[in-house]
Design a protein around this ligand. Structure first.
Ligand code: CTP
Length: 425
């Protein structure tokens, strides 16, 4: 480490000595596009430096509306490139050399505009010229409004770039700056850094749009959300399930190539684009929809099915009055997981969830046996899991337990989907 220099000394020697005092072994060229997620790319530079990866930055005109060249340069310890026709830059390092000076090119945030230009070979600024001229792999981290992400032109452009051999990480699902919920949020810097490390090692088994779709040809059935059990035409029994975890799992399985049917109770979120969604209200309707969707290779029961329903809901609104407080007689609902798991069309892999508030793994293990499933995903719902955006899962199998750290529901879903894909590989 004797050769470590001050960060500012590294400007002309990207990747040769150190960044932020850390030894550097690889270097990437980061194109920061114009989106609110640009601030996350500044974190990315730091995360990469800590992993021994140096970053040289091209800041697009749009990008400079969100972050400054000064901050990017301060963090990368290098000059930030912005203009194609800057003669000083060209004398120092032309765009062709710039495009080849790194081991990998990363576009984060990759806006709809950058994707469109790259897919069609439009090269009218430094970023797009560099993308055309590079002989290196390109990793895109898209970030945009979910409707823009799901729009036909963007999806066509992504496919074109993927077919050309480019890589993608994200976008993640979640609440977006514009207030909508769905896919469109740029992947987190740690996840992008992980993908960069993988690609730099030549490992292309990325959770991206290109590359192996390990679940292609597999049919998956997922239940999600609560069920609603009517008491009378205006009242019902239900629970706090938001459907977010189940929807994220359906999306994650779809992204890995599975043909997904999502049977969902009433929720307030949009269905994932890559699944066929069947909306139901009651547990009995959910069971019927599941039976109709079988056979499948994979069944993931995420729904918080109401355990009981009213024994004969009233046809008209129950009135307060002379009969006093009505006694609600309940009967047990069908257990959808147990019924699919023990039925004649049993999928090869049956995964249940266990919502517990105490002795989480013990209760989960008991459910594994009782319901005859292959895996049970235990989660402690005593905290902010129900309705929240995070989850800490423990996948309980006959062989043992796989403890996931606390993750966003989208990340937890991705990890579970990858585990499912591994199981089939
Ligand atoms: N489940 C189901 N049908 C039901 C009840 C539960 O398919 N009628 C599924 C859930 O989707 C989940 C698993 O069974 O995958 C466990 O659900 P959970 O609510 O944790 O357990 P219960 O079986 O309801 O048992 P308890 O409420 O006593 O913990």
């Amino acid at each position: 480490m004797g050769g470590a220099r001050r960060a500012s000394d590294t400007g002309r020697h990207l990747g040769r000595v150190s960044v932020l005092g850390l030894l550097v072994s690889k270097k990437i060229l980061l194109i920061i596009g114009g989106g609110i997620a640009a601030y996350k790319s500044l974190f990315l530079i730091r995360v990469l430096a800590r992993r021994g990866i140096a970053t040289r930055v091209i800041l697009t005109k749009g990008g400079s509306e969100f972050v400054t060249a000064l901050s990017a340069g301060g963090l990368s310890g290098d000059k930030v490139y912005t203009d194609l026709f800057d003669l000083t830059d060209e004398a120092e390092m032309g765009h062709i050399e710039l495009s080849r000076s790194a081991d990998l090119v990363v576009v984060a945030p990759a806006t709809a505009d950058l994707l469109a230009k790259a897919a069609h070979g439009i090269a009218n600024d430094l970023a797009t010229t560099t993308l055309q001229a590079t002989d290196k792999r390109v990793l895109y981290a898209p970030a945009m409004n979910l409707r823009m992400w799901e729009s036909a032109p963007t999806q066509r452009n992504v496919k074109t770039l993927a077919d050309d051999g480019q890589y993608f990480i994200g976008p993640d699902e979640g609440e977006m700056a514009c207030g909508e919920y769905g896919p469109g949020r740029m992947a987190e810097p740690e996840a992008i850094a992980g993908a960069i490390e993988k690609l730099l090692k030549g490992d292309t088994t990325l959770d991206g749009l290109r590359g192996p779709k390990p679940l292609k040809g597999k049919k998956a059935l997922v239940t999600a959300g609560p069920t609603r059990e009517p008491i009378d035409p205006v009242r019902y029994l239900s629970n706090h399930s938001s459907g977010k975890q189940g929807y994220a799992i359906a999306a994650a399985l779809g992204r890995l190539g599975a043909d997904v049917t999502l049977v969902s109770g009433p929720v307030a979120i949009d269905p994932p684009a890559c699944a066929t969604t069947v909306k139901v209200e009651t547990a009995q309707e959910m069971l019927t929809a599941c039976e109709q969707a079988l056979p499948a290779d994979i069944f993931v029961a995420v729904a918080a099915v109401a355990d009981w329903r009213s024994d004969g809901p009233a046809d008209v609104k129950i009135k307060k009055g002379k009969d006093g407080i009505p006694a609600l007689k309940l009967v047990e609902n069908p257990d959808i997981l147990a019924s699919v798991s023990k039925g004649k069309n049993r999928p090869k892999l049956v995964v249940g969830f266990a919502a517990e508030t105490n002795d989480v793994t013990e209760h989960a293990r008991a459910k594994l046996t009782k319901k005859g499933c292959d895996w049970i995903v235990a989660n402690d719902v005593s905290g902010d899991v129900m309705g929240g955006d995070h989850n800490s899962m423990i996948v309980v199998t006959e062989k043992g337990e796989d403890v996931f750290p606390r993750l966003t529901k989208a990340d937890a879903a991705r990890r579970l989907a990858e585990k499912i894909a591994e199981h089939f590989s």
